[in-house]
Design a protein around this ligand. Structure first.
Ligand code: AMP
Ligand code: GLY
Length: 409
């Protein structure tokens, strides 16, 4: 099979890396891809947002399956255009992708499907949470505990010029649960947690994600299945009932409150950097599963999951998230890989013969081990082998979980 991965980040590198191991993967292509993906297959200079260009590429190289990584092309309808053009796609169409693209749509679907979520509030009064309705690259959510925060939040949200959703402020532990979906069936991936803030101890501004780990201690397969029954499957049924079935990854951002589980948000694609920690734990054939999902036959698929753990540490540009970096030489990846780590490219480029920075999040370094503590040790030992002048990374990724796993051992 010829597979095309759409996107250029660490998530897409991890997807490409996993798909390339499938016996059915004869050729791996990416658009536009990155220097890490280029080691696994062919990168084509077509932007992820250029749906017409993607269709043309699929036709010219006879692609059998397209896997779309980022949300923007999905929300813009790239999967519809490709499907109408006769291409098999893993990724939701425009209508179903609104589950991520519009917070008010997601709320409406959850209410219709009786999925527990934060209650909508008629007026903005602290404490509450204000959300910009449309896509805002993770920056459109304002948690307002005080009247001052509310005022600042309303001001910042107004800059997006979009509708606002106001909801109850919930307290509890956060958790992400991903399911592969074929429009009717859902199969779970291992639970993961990510780190959104730039600094240790969750200090500083929000980012695209500074690290992740999987699995999450104390969340076993039985509980994940319960969550799929409570959240993912009712949403799939509701979207199918509306005539817009969801094909792709349904990613639920959840909070465990004292009143039970609540959905904070949905995404319509794999998480970044959660995917870099999840996919190394999948033992089964990911390509067969994604083809099954894209063809409506996911019920015939099972995905084995290893008993190991994975930890991913993101190395970002010196001033990320305020500024990206470009042209700084990167060295030591081979050394990190020799330790046994996986190094996923996110914001890199090749200048001449040299690998250099080209973005905000530059690399993701993933360690896999027998438990979180082992995986974490490998990830951080390997990060130390990489030279990227001024590069920043968090020192506390998976720290609490590693301490728990060591105590339990
Ligand atoms: P979202 O993009 O909706 O997941 O929101 C981003 C982050 O804002 C979440 O990961 C939570 O930390 C926080 N958040 C969102 N909704 C709520 C809520 N209703 N109560 C408390 N925190 C929230
Ligand atoms: N890591 C969170 C996201 O992909 O949205």
């Amino acid at each position: 099979m010829k597979v095309l991965v759409v996107g250029s980040g660490g998530r897409e590198h991890a997807i490409a890396w996993k798909l390339a191991q499938s016996p059915g993967c004869e050729e791996l292509h990416a658009a536009p891809g990155n220097p890490g993906i280029a080691r696994l297959g062919f990168c084509h200079p077509v932007r992820a947002e250029d749906a017409e260009g993607l269709l043309e590429l699929c036709r010219s190289i006879e692609i059998d399956l397209v896997v779309v990584g980022p949300e923007a092309p999905l929300v813009a309808g790239a999967a519809d255009l490709l499907r109408h053009g006769g291409v098999r796609v893993f990724g939701p169409g425009r209508e179903a992708a609104r589950i991520e693209g519009s917070k008010s749509f997601a709320k409406e679907v959850m209410l219709a499907a009786a999925v527990p979520t934060a209650s909508p509030l008629p007026v903005a009064r602290a404490p509450c949470v204000i959300k910009v309705d449309g896509l805002a690259a993770g920056k459109g959510v304002f948690v307002c505990r005080t009247a001052e925060e509310l005022e600042a939040g309303l001001h910042a949200a107004a800059a997006y010029g979009d509708r606002l959703v106001i909801e109850a402020l919930l307290e509890g532990e956060e958790l992400s649960i991903f399911a592969l979906c074929d429009g009717a069936h859902a199969i779970a991936l291992p639970a993961a947690r990510d780190y959104k803030r730039v600094g240790d101890g969750d200090a500083g501004p929000n980012t695209g994600g500074m690290g992740s780990f999987s699995p999450v201690p104390k969340i076993g397969t039985a509980e994940i299945e319960e969550i799929l029954d409570l959240v993912h499957r009712p949403v799939l049924m509701e979207l199918a009932r509306r005539g817009t079935p969801f094909i792709g990854v349904l990613f639920a951002g959840l909070m465990r409150t004292i009143d039970g589980l609540r959905v904070l948000e949905f995404n319509c694609r794999f998480g970044d950097p959660e995917t870099q920690s999840i996919l190394p734990l999948i033992e089964g054939d990911l390509l067969t599963a994604l083809v099954g999902a894209a063809s409506g036959s996911l019920d015939e698929t099972a995905l084995g999951v290893s008993a190991q753990a994975a930890v991913t540490v993101v190395i970002a540009a010196p001033r990320y998230p305020a500024e990206n970096d470009s042209g700084t030489p990167i060295a030591g990846i081979t050394d990190a890989e020799a330790q046994g780590a996986l190094v996923f490219h996110a914001g890199t480029a090749v200048h001449g013969e040299r690998l250099v920075t080209n973005g905000g999040r530059i690399l993701g370094v993933t360690g896999v081990g027998d438990d979180v503590a082992d995986a974490r040790r490998l990830a951080y030992d390997s990060v130390e082998r990489i030279s990227l002048p001024g590069g920043r990374w968090r020192r506390d990724i998976a720290l609490a979980a590693a301490e728990e796993s060591s105590v339990g051992a």
